[in-house]
Design a protein around this ligand. Structure first.
Ligand SMILES: NC(=O)C1=CN([C@@H]2O[C@H](COP(=O)(O)OP(=O)(O)OC[C@H]3O[C@@H](n4cnc5c(N)ncnc54)[C@H](O)[C@@H]3O)[C@@H](O)[C@H]2O)C=CC1
Ligand SMILES: O=C(O)C(=O)Cc1ccc(O)cc1
Length: 302
């Protein structure tokens, strides 16, 4: 039996449109409704025929849903949830896909005090955004982390888990705070570093424009992909996961200073030992079968 029969997606960007496409592919009998605050996005969603219905208001979109998934930037979650609160059916389950969880759990509980909420984070994405960037296989063999607050209805959690399994994801469950610390180091800090290095390079007159582009086949190119990620989404992530990010940034700065000292004093063995350790981390990821299928994952659908 399908975990949900009527699914509504609020926010039809990269993630919302990928969920719609993946649901159509894996559970074609699900009735899919979409809503986006941007009328242009709604028009594109209509044209791409991703939903059975693209609603013109958020309230109309949820009125007969049994699962509502918020796929808007983290900073827009509370307002987006408040907008449909009055029309939400009592038995509907509400979920989201936000990249950080403690702040979103708080925001959704405040906007929807009587709803059953099962927060989720599919750890899968690309640097692209918008409804045309999505694709049905985005979640295949990717983790989807559920962070239900204590006391959440276990059946609702299992139904959301089953929904994501059907989209190809593997499920992990953890506390929102723990999620935010883990993702601060594995996802948020790497993005911050990419934004910094690309920003620094573009501030340096002698390596700007043509030279940055010309020689970007090196490590820099990977950073430019990450640094092309959506500004609104990432602004919201850093503001919402402030404490965990600042903590990881403090540790990172200390380790960077240690490396700086090793270079200054010619301590080659310290550099060699660290680089040997980090190479083993990469090999461990590949041995566990968790490497990206292609280095430019996310472009293969173009
Ligand atoms: N981009 C990525 O790689 C990943 C993103 N996420 C999370 O997914 C969420 C969505 O991200 P993307 O799909 O990448 O963003 P996106 O920018 O592609 O799409 C977001 C959509 O939400 C709409 N929107 C904004 N405020 C709204 C509101 N109040 N009501 C209705 N629609 C509204 C925008 O018009 C836009 O179309 C974010 O919370 C992000 O943290 C999670 C995993 C990966
Ligand atoms: O494009 C990349 O490399 C990503 O890291 C995608 C991504 C961005 C945000 C998330 O919360 C999860 C995955």
């Amino acid at each position: 039996m399908l975990p949900f029969a009527r699914v509504t997606i609020i926010g039809i960007g990269l993630i919302g449109s990928s969920i719609a496409r993946a649901t159509r592919a894996a559970m074609p009998s699900v009735a899919l409704t979409g809503y986006d605050a941007d009328p242009e996005v709604r028009e594109i969603a209509e044209r791409l025929d991703m939903f059975d219905d693209v609603a013109s208001s958020s309230g109309a979109a949820v009125i007969d849903a049994d699962l509502v998934i918020l796929c808007v930037p983290v900073g827009a979650m509370e307002a987006a949830a408040r907008e449909f609160a009055a029309e939400l059916p009592a038995e509907a389950v509400v979920s989201d896909v936000g990249s950080c969880k403690a702040e979103v759990v708080r925001a959704l509980a405040s906007a929807l005090p009587n709803a059953t909420i099962v927060p989720a984070h599919p750890v899968a994405g690309t640097e692209r955004s918008g409804p045309e960037a999505g694709f049905a296989t985005l979640f295949h063999k990717r983790w989807c982390i559920l962070t239900p607050p204590e006391g959440t209805d276990a059946l609702a959690v299992e139904r959301v888990a089953e929904f994501w399994r059907r989209l190809g994801a593997e499920i992990e469950t953890m506390a929102p705070d723990h999620h935010d610390r883990v993702l601060a180091i594995t996802s948020h800090l790497p993005h911050l570093i990419a934004y910094t290095i690309v920003g620094t390079a573009s501030d340096m007159e002698e390596v700007t424009q043509s030279e940055v582009i010309k020689y970007s086949a090196g490590g820099f190119r990977d950073f430019t992909r990450i640094a092309a990620s959506d500004p609104t989404m990432w602004r919201d992530v850093f503001l919402a996961n402030r404490e965990a990010v600042l903590d990881m940034l403090q540790r990172f700065s200390e380790d960077l200073s240690a490396l700086q000292r090793a270079i200054r004093w010619g301590k080659g063995d310290e550099l060699f030992d660290l680089f040997t350790k980090t190479r083993a981390v990469r090999r461990g990821i590949i041995e566990q079968g968790q490497d990206d299928p292609a280095p430019d994952f996310g472009r293969t659908h173009e």
